[in-house]
Design a protein around this ligand. Structure first.
Ligand SMILES: Cc1cc2nc3c(=O)[nH]c(=O)nc-3n(C[C@H](O)[C@H](O)[C@H](O)COP(=O)(O)OP(=O)(O)OC[C@H]3O[C@@H](n4cnc5c(N)ncnc54)[C@H](O)[C@@H]3O)c2cc1C
Length: 311
């Protein structure tokens, strides 16, 4: 990192969204710095699925490859956490947690989200290996096994998960865990041969790195090989909010146009930070679209400046 340079773009976050943008922008010969705190959302998983031509690869290896590709075109990386971004003297000033500052003409925030796991003992240790949230990512891998869906605050998603998982297993149990099912919801689940258990989940059972069941408050255990839950998700959008980016009144998410531009000129966002449902491939696509939009904006500014200089 060159602290005296004003980069064309600083990308905050080097997951699929940020790295995809970094590749497109560095190939477009923009001066790019990517700052990343090293905690991609799917880090606990040993495989990633559903990304054509990369199905089943190691998520960390995927990011490493993408990073090398970007570095090959001159993109710079910095392992650090960004504390704030503000506008200062006509550019964006990015302040790291150690108070170092670095400047850019445009900013792309690709900081992802945090899955807020419920405090059920044994759940966090198995997150990404035996406890999952996304049937599209890991449903196929648990086909034929005994699956328990543990309900939670994301009520609609929890009920939907149970239905989706029946494609993969004849032994799906829905543990309500606080969800009060209406009669029609209950009959729809039962009609689909989903075993509904009205109880709270107490803890997961099994020696470390294994799973044999979900213990209920009553002490009973639901024999289980894999758990699915739908935890609430918290977009890491503090930097965008700090810059004054508008949010959607309904979803509470920071609003962007289809190419990731926020209402604040020079500020873009991509990936899970603004689209919590984005898979790796869609986060990467959003990063690419944002990169092209940013590059067009930089070009317009350069043309304006060149024209003004001639007059
Ligand atoms: C366990 C698990 C398994 C998954 N498996 C799959 C799968 O198989 N297939 C699939 O398509 N999807 C999967 N997903 C979803 C996938 O993780 C997301 O789609 C993807 O990570 C979104 O990419 P992103 O770039 O938006 O965010 P992330 O990948 O989360 O990257 C955000 C980056 O920003 C950094 N960051 C955050 N704040 C700051 C800051 N202030 N300063 C600097 N850096 C910062 C973080 O450290 C992180 O590296 C899985 C999710 C989970 C939880």
């Amino acid at each position: 990192m060159n602290k005296t340079t004003t980069y064309d773009v600083i990308i905050i976050g080097a997951g699929a969204a940020g790295l995809s943008a970094g590749l497109v922008l560095s190939r477009a010969r923009a001066d790019v710095l990517i700052v990343d705190s090293g905690q991609p959302r799917n880090a606990p998983a040993t495989q990633m699925h559903g990304f054509l031509s990369r199905d089943g690869v190691d998520p960390a290896g995927f990011l490493r490859t993408a990073r090398h590709e970007t570095e090959g075109y001159g993109g710079e990386f910095l392992a650090a956490s960004v504390a704030s971004v503000d506008t200062h003297a006509g550019s964006f000033r990015v302040t790291l947690v150690d108070a170092t500052t670095v400047r850019a003409r445009a900013i792309l925030v690709a900081t992802g989200l945090v899955d807020q796991l419920p405090l059920i003992p044994g759940l966090r240790d198995r997150w990404g290996s035996l406890v999952h949230h996304c049937p599209y990512c890991h449903g196929y891998e648990v086909r034929g096994l005994r699956i328990s869906v543990i309900g939670g605050p994301a009520r609609e998603m929890s009920i939907k998960q149970a239905g989706l998982l029946r494609r993969y297993s004849d032994a799906v149990t829905f543990i309500t865990n606080g969800i009060d099912l209406g009669p029609s919801e209950l009959s729809r689940l039962e009609a689909f041969d989903i075993h509904v258990v009205t109880a709270n989940a107490s803890h997961l059972v099994g020696a470390s790195a294994t799973l044999t069941g979900v213990a209920l408050g009553s002490g009973d255990v639901v024999p289980t090989d894999a758990v699915f839950i739908a935890p609430p998700q918290r977009p890491q959008d503090e930097l965008l909010r700090g810059l004054g980016c508008e949010t959607d009144a309904g979803t509470g998410l920071v609003r962007t146009d289809p190419f990731g531009a926020t209402n604040v000129p020079g500020v873009w966002a991509a990936g899970n930070v603004v689209t919590p449902s984005a898979q790796i491939i869609t986060a990467a696509g959003a990063g690419s679209a944002a990169a092209i939009s940013i590059n067009g904006w930089l070009l317009n500014n350069d043309l304006d400046a060149a024209t003004a200089a001639r007059q």
